[in-house]
Design a protein around this ligand. Structure first.
Ligand code: C5P
Length: 220
C-alpha cells in the first residue's frame, strides 16, 4: 500500500533514451534503460496520479495504469510532451535526451568505400525541460542530472539554468542500466542525499519528496 501523495493530480513524465537517425539503418543513442523513469511512473500511479509517460525505445513493459506514448527522436519527444502538456500538474523529466541530432541524415544507407569515413554533422536538439519550464501555466517541473563528475556543482547550476524548483542528481556510471540507484535532491534549500536502494524504492521516496515540495509551492 502506498500513501496517495498524488491523489487527483496529473503527472507527465519522459523516460528512456532518444534515438537519432544517421541513415535508415544506423542511429545515435545513449545507455539509458528507462528503469528509473518507468519506476517513477509506476510510483506516481500508485500514489493516485493520472500518469502519461512519453518514452523513448526501451525493453520495459508499460507500468499498469499508465498511458504510454512511444517516441524515438528528441524532436518527437518534444512534440509529444508539448501536445500533452495542457492540464498537467507535475512534469518529471527523466529521459536521457540526446543533446544533438544529425543534421545531414542520409536518405539511403551510407556505403563504405574503403577510403573515407562519413562526414556526420550535428545540430542541437530542443531542450524539452527548459521549454516546458518557461511555458505559461507550466506544470511544477522536476529535472534529472546524470553526471560523471562534480555532481553537486553541476546539479545546482543546472537547476538554476533550467529555471526549475527541483532537480534529482546521480552519478551516471553508477546507475545507468543498474537495478539500484543512489540520488541526491537539489532544491532552494540545498542538497539532500537518499540512501542506495532499488529503483522502485527510490521512486516511491521521490514521489513523496516531490509531493511535499509541490504542495508547499501551492500554499506559499
Ligand atoms: O542539460 P542536461 O541534459 O544535462 O539536463 C538534464 C535534464 O534535462 C533531464 O531532466 C533531461 O530529461 C532534460 N533534458 C531535456 N531535453 C534535452 C536535454 C535534457 O528535457 N534536450
Amino acid at each position: 500500500f502506498q500513501p496517495k501523495h498524488f491523489e487527483r493530480l496529473r503527472v507527465l513524465l519522459t523516460a528512456g533514451p532518444t534515438v537519432e537517425p544517421i541513415d535508415p539503418v544506423r542511429v545515435l543513442s545513449n545507455r539509458s534503460s528507462g528503469k528509473t523513469g518507468y519506476a517513477l511512473a509506476q510510483a506516481a500511479w500508485e500514489a493516485g496520479a493520472e500518469v502519461t509517460l512519453v518514452s523513448g525505445p526501451t525493453a520495459l513493459p508499460c507500468p499498469y495504469g499508465v498511458t504510454r506514448i512511444n517516441v524515438e527522436s528528441a524532436q518527437q519527444m518534444h512534440d509529444a510532451v508539448m501536445q500533452n502538456l495542457n492540464g498537467q500538474d507535475i512534469f518529471i523529466s527523466v529521459a536521457a535526451v540526446a543533446d544533438w541530432r544529425i543534421k545531414n541524415v542520409s536518405p539511403e544507407k551510407i556505403k563504405k568505400d574503403g577510403k573515407t569515413t562519413p562526414n556526420i554533422e550535428f545540430e542541437a536538439n530542443p531542450d524539452i525541460l527548459a521549454n516546458v519550464a518557461t511555458q505559461k501555466n507550466a506544470p511544477w517541473c522536476v529535472g534529472f542530472a546524470a553526471e560523471t563528475e562534480n555532481l553537486s556543482e553541476f546539479a545546482h547550476a543546472k537547476r538554476l539554468r533550467k529555471g526549475i524548483p527541483m532537480l534529482i542528481g546521480n552519478l551516471a556510471q553508477h546507475v545507468m542500466d543498474a537495478d539500484h540507484t543512489t540520488v541526491s535532491i537539489f532544491d532552494d534549500r540545498g542538497e539532500h542525499a537518499l540512501a542506495l536502494n532499488s529503483k522502485q524504492k527510490v521512486a516511491q521516496q521521490l514521489v513523496s519528496e516531490i509531493a511535499q515540495r509541490y504542495q508547499q509551492s501551492r500554499t506559499t
